[in-house]
Design a protein around this ligand. Structure first.
Ligand code: 8YV
Length: 325
């Protein structure tokens, strides 16, 4: 490994996990800007940048403004904020952080599901408000996991980890995915609507992007039925939030558990008003342990690229970029 290889300049737009930043600073020259906007860089800096490490929007305009860019290391398994197709067309590698967050996010999905169905956050609020001692036991919950049938939208690594947990709860699992997954026995539905018709509990782990935009719409929610529960641990953009708020308000479905929203950190008033929704501030992977693993994998991708000429976890759109230029 020569020193010139590791002295590449890495751009960090916006906030990034401090462990990732300090490891990048140890190995590379670092340029930091507030957001992924090339206008914040002078010509010399634009020419110098060979890598990006980020958890924010990296669009085609920024990619095009950096003539020597080789790799974008995205902090997060979901990389809808990066124009990976454009990067791939330009021969720029994009990496993400799979595996290291799988079990954590699956755990959070189960927490959300139980919270939504058994109203645990509301029951705790009842206790803390002194109502248990004043008014007696919290009312019995209409919802229960018992007898449910669970559909998973998005059967990737996290979808499988959730499915394993659901199986352990003794509940049947079926799924919808872009394509059928070969090595699993869960029942496959070629459309999201047919999955929703077959189950009463839908857990979305689907990635963002145009292919999934507002896929969970009024029809899908209605198909879940009045005992329906919807959990979203994937991306907010996959849901028609207005339709979801309507479905929760009108009793079209029973409850929802949401960790992700269309315009984070802004949560629509209409959802805030729904007491039958458990709302979390995108904490799916947010433990010290797991975020450390994500930070390490983000940086390890940059180091592998600039020392060995290959990325550890390339995204499919840039798999062909295999070798450093
Ligand atoms: C993080 C996530 O919140 O990995 C993802 O796709 O959504 C989460 O783990 C996010 O990556 C932080 O930027």
């Amino acid at each position: 490994m020569s020193s010139t290889q590791t002295q590449a300049t890495v751009l960090i737009p916006g906030k990034l996990h401090p462990h990732a930043v300090s490891r990048i600073e140890e190995r590379f020259r670092v340029v930091r800007i507030e957001r992924g906007d090339a206008a914040l860089l002078d010509e010399e800096a634009r020419r110098a940048v060979r890598g990006i490490a980020s958890a924010t929007v990296i669009d085609a305009a920024l990619i095009d403004a950096l003539p020597n860019l080789e790799i974008i290391a995205n902090f997060g398994v979901g990389y809808d904020v990066v124009d990976a197709a454009h990067a791939g067309a330009r021969g720029v590698m994009v990496t993400n952080t799979p595996d290291v967050l799988t079990e954590e996010v699956a755990d959070t999905a189960i927490g959300l599901l139980i919270n939504a169905v058994r109203e645990l956050p509301r029951a705790e609020a009842y206790l803390r408000a002194g109502r248990w001692s004043q008014e007696g036991p919290y009312p019995l919950t209409r919802g229960s996991l018992r007898g449910r049938s669970v559909g998973i939208f998005g059967m990737g690594r996290i979808g499988r980890a959730i499915a394993r947990r659901i199986e352990a709860f003794g509940l049947p699992v079926s799924y919808h995915n872009r394509r059928q997954v070969e090595d699993i026995d869960y029942r496959y539905h070629p459309t999201l609507l047919s999955l929703a018709e077959a189950v009463d509990t839908l857990i979305s782990v689907a990635p963002g992007g145009t292919a999934t935009e507002k896929a969970v719409n009024a029809d899908v929610l209605a198909a879940l039925g009045p005992e329906g529960v919807f959990v979203n641990i994937g991306r907010g953009s996959t849901v028609d939030e207005e339709a979801l708020a309507d479905a929760l308000r009108s009793g079209t479905i029973l409850a929802a558990g949401l960790d992700v929203f269309v315009d984070e950190p802004n949560v629509p008033e209409a959802l805030m008003a729904c007491e039958n929704a458990c709302l979390l501030p995108h904490v799916g992977s947010a433990s010290v342990h797991t975020r450390q693993g994500m930070a390490d994998l983000t940086v390890d991708n940059l180091i592998a690229w600039f020392t060995e000429g290959k990325a550890l976890t390339p995204v499919p759109e840039t798999a062909h970029v295999g070798q450093k230029r």
